[in-house]
Design a protein around this ligand. Structure first.
Ligand SMILES: *Cc1c(COP(=O)(O)O)cnc(C)c1O
Length: 372
């Protein structure tokens, strides 16, 4: 069967190339690009996106967990793969077998992995908590350096780098800039302290999407590019020096078109009542596809270039919209739910979340296809 044309996501590979090209212009010499492909490439499909990144010559990837890392290897990725999240100690040998780098949260965790590893040494980047307060070493510089040394002394561990994660790099507020700078200073101070002790880690990194644009720094060996790769904004309230091009376009078809009379109510809960005779279309997507139910009576979709308001509650697999503005619309016509005109960021704002959550939330049952 071809891709079922009910509700599907088109993935634009040219836009990925464009976003990477633009982003790279802000990186300093000495900073290499790492593509963050966790959560099935933020919902865009590893199977589609990763082979394209391979063609572009990407050498570094980051994922959230071992299953994602193994999937990249099965797609033929030979480059470095960093797991940003947690791997249980019983999987230590899988990390070795698949040649994966594991983020290390603290000495006790490294010790467990070291004890469990039978097949060799577990490669690690040590997480340094400089202000995100999520994972990593969280003491002062001297104590953190002591802990790094203790981790490095473990038998079945190979420490190759360390990294930190910014909390507010996406904001241009003065206090946020200061916070980000303090985070940078902390990891660089630790790097200096380690060098004083004769330890030189080959891979120290701290830039995310926003960091690479607003706080570019040659001292970061990697820039971990996530959301901008997919054409969305780290924070839509903060302008970027270039406009990223959204990679995913969510589409669905119209299954029925009909006129309803004034006074007719639409969908569950009867939350919409027609105030006049309107032309109504039923669209074949719903919240089970990841199209947020919170857009009920709020959102708009695009049919034949015209914005049509969503009316009534969005159901699990279908919703209705007012197509009175369209003369020529019929069953089988295609609707664009979001993409480049109404973006995932726009929808996110309407429902009180971020674009990341919209694209990550597109359901597995929605086929991803390469845009023509
Ligand atoms: C997810 C993640 C990133 C990517 O963040 P974006 O804002 O999407 O660029 C980078 N680093 C770490 C540690 C992450 O968890």
């Amino acid at each position: 069967m071809n891709c079922l044309r009910r509700c599907w996501a088109e993935i634009d590979l040219d836009n990925i190339s464009y976003n990477i090209g633009q982003y790279r212009r802000y990186l300093k010499d000495g900073t290499e690009l790492l593509c963050v492909v966790k959560a099935n490439c933020y919902g865009h499909s590893e199977a589609i996106v990763v082979p394209h990144l391979e063609k572009l010559g990407i050498k570094w990837y980051a994922v959230s967990n071992l299953i994602e890392a193994e999937h990249l290897r099965s797609l033929g990725v030979k480059g470095e793969i960093l797991i940003l999240g947690y791997t249980p100690e019983e999987n230590a040998d899988d990390l070795i077998r698949f040649n994966i780098i594991q983020a290390c949260t603290e000495f006790a965790y490294a010790e467990k992995l070291s004890r469990s590893a039978k097949a060799g040494k577990v490669r690690m980047h040590i997480a340094i908590d400089t202000g995100m307060t999520r994972i990593g070493l969280h003491s002062d510089t001297a104590a953190n350096a002591d802990e790094v040394e203790k981790i490095m002394a473990l038998e079945n561990v190979q420490v190759e780098g360390m990294f930190t994660h910014y909390a507010v790099a996406d904001s241009d507020e003065e206090s946020c800039n200061e916070y980000t700078k303090a985070q940078t200073d902390k990891i660089l101070a630790l790097d200096d302290e380690l060098k004083r002790r004769g330890i030189s880690l080959s891979c120290v990194h701290f830039l995310n999407s926003a960091g690479g644009v607003y706080h570019s720094n040659e001292a970061s060996a990697l820039a971990r590019l996530g959301i901008i790769l997919y054409g969305l904004y780290p924070d839509p309230a903060t302008a970027l020096p270039f406009e990223p091009k959204p990679v995913m376009t969510l589409k669905a078809v119209i299954s029925q078109v009909k006129f309803i009379e004034a006074g007719t109510t639409v969908s569950y809960g009867r939350t919409f009542t027609a105030d006049r005779r309107i032309k109504l279309a039923t669209v074949t997507a719903g919240y089970a596809d990841g199209f947020p139910r919170a857009l009920s009576n709020k959102g708009e979709i695009i049919i034949k270039g015209v914005r049509c308001p969503i009316v009534g509650r969005i159901c699990m697999d279908q919703f209705m919209c007012d197509v009175s503005a369209l003369d020529d619309v019929q069953e089988g016509d295609v609707a664009t739910l979001f993409g480049s005109e109404i973006t995932a960021d726009d929808i996110a704002k309407q429902v009180g979340t971020i674009g990341y959550e919209i694209v990550c939330g597109i359901a597995e049952r929605v086929p991803r296809i390469i845009a023509e």
